[in-house]
Design a protein. Structure first.
Lengths: 183, 178
């Protein structure tokens, strides 16, 4: 069964019959997501599952609440549905591998770091970027198992490299990505 | 081979690359590169880049993404010269293109344009003093106001990302309609 990841952009609700149900008692959530390829990402690790009472039905509703990363992953995966000339200037459709490499990078970004935003170039290069106070960074994936990046910090210090294997996080990049504020 | 010869024969997907090789250092800026052009692009001209895809816009901020400028490295960043094409005309053409493409099965929407000044693009230089962007009057028979911004040097993926960051900073951040 193929369920597009883009469905994750909309919170799914699953009605449970047992009013005594709780997240602590429930075994693994039964949400099933399969991807075009079998080895996309461990999407279960991206999901946040919680429960809350539903007074109208006297039951409990288990909700799958998409995180910021879920939404980014959904957007990246949606690029595969694009046609050629998607941008009006002859834009090239990205390869499956370019999207998969980007998802792998996203998945490897430690929790607690400000998540990047997804983007796509006319050349078909899939990208992620940060453009926030004190930190700018542009990361690109062409689908060859490596990525390139260029970034600037607020002290005018710049970082950058290319042909970095996907799965490797250079210290300068990892240390430059700000942590999420606790507020 | 003249600049006009090159632009009329080259594969449009590799316009900037071909220009870099055949006419380095923006040599073709001093003459028209198209028989349909009214004149070479002057430094004081305002250029408008149409935005057609929501993918090129960050939905949270409304700003155009860095990737929206990636064409500058290879096929050229298509822009309209507002001297020869009023803003209303840019919008009309944008809406028309979106409509025609959608009718042909390529769903598209027009989100407006962002503006930049030609002279500001041409003034950008690398640390070694070399120009980073050229602007050519790549007019078409049906679009005399068409121009392209091309990266003058290809320095590899990371430096190209730096270049498009600099270019992005020269344009308006949020597309709008005239």
């Amino acid at each position: 069964m193929f369920i597009p990841l883009s469905l994750l952009a909309v919170p799914a609700t699953i009605q449970t019959q047992d009013p005594s149900w709780s997240a602590a008692q429930d075994p693994e959530p039964t949400v099933v997501h399969e991807f075009v390829s079998n080895d996309w990402v461990d999407i279960q690790s991206l999901l946040t599952v919680y429960s809350e009472p539903n007074e109208e039905s006297l039951g409990y509703v288990q909700k799958v609440k998409p995180t910021a990363r879920d939404k980014i992953a959904a957007t990246l995966t949606s690029y595969l549905d694009l046609d050629e000339d998607w941008d009006g200037y002859g834009g090239v459709r990205p390869t499956d591998k370019a999207v998969r490499d980007t998802l792998e990078f996203l998945n490897a970004l430690p929790e607690g770091k400000v998540p990047p935003k997804p983007m796509l170039a006319g050349s078909g290069e899939v990208g992620l970027f940060w453009d926030i106070e004190g930190f700018y960074c542009d990361v690109g994936f062409e689908g060859d198992g490596t990525y390139s990046y260029y970034g600037e910090l607020n002290d005018a210090h710049s970082i950058g490299d290319e042909e970095v294997p996907v799965g490797v996080f250079p210290e300068e990049l990892l240390n430059s990505v700000p942590r999420l504020s606790k507020s | 081979m003249s600049c006009k010869d090159l632009t009329s024969r080259c594969d449009p997907v590799h316009l900037c690359e071909d220009m870099r090789i055949a006419f380095p250092e923006c040599r073709c800026e001093s003459e028209s590169v198209s028989v349909f052009s009214p004149s070479p692009v002057a430094d004081n001209e305002i250029l408008a880049r149409q935005i057609f895809s929501p993918i090129h816009i960050d939905p949270e901020t409304g700003k155009v993404t860095p990737a929206a400028f990636s064409d500058v490295a290879n096929k050229g960043l298509s822009v309209s010269r507002l001297t020869y094409c009023p803003e209303e005309e840019v919008d009309r053409k944008g809406d028309q293109k979106a409509r025609v493409d959608t009718e042909r099965g390529r769903k598209k929407s027009y989100h407006g344009f962002i503006r930049g000044r030609c002279g500001d693009l041409r003034a950008i230089k690398k640390d070694d003093g070399q120009r980073l962007f050229c602007v050519y009057d790549t007019a078409f028979e049906h679009d005399a106001a068409h121009a392209d911004a091309c990266q003058a040097v290809d320095q590899g993926p990371s430096a190209n990302k730096k270049a498009r960051k600099i270019l992005r900073d020269q344009f308006e951040k949020v597309p709008w309609k005239g």
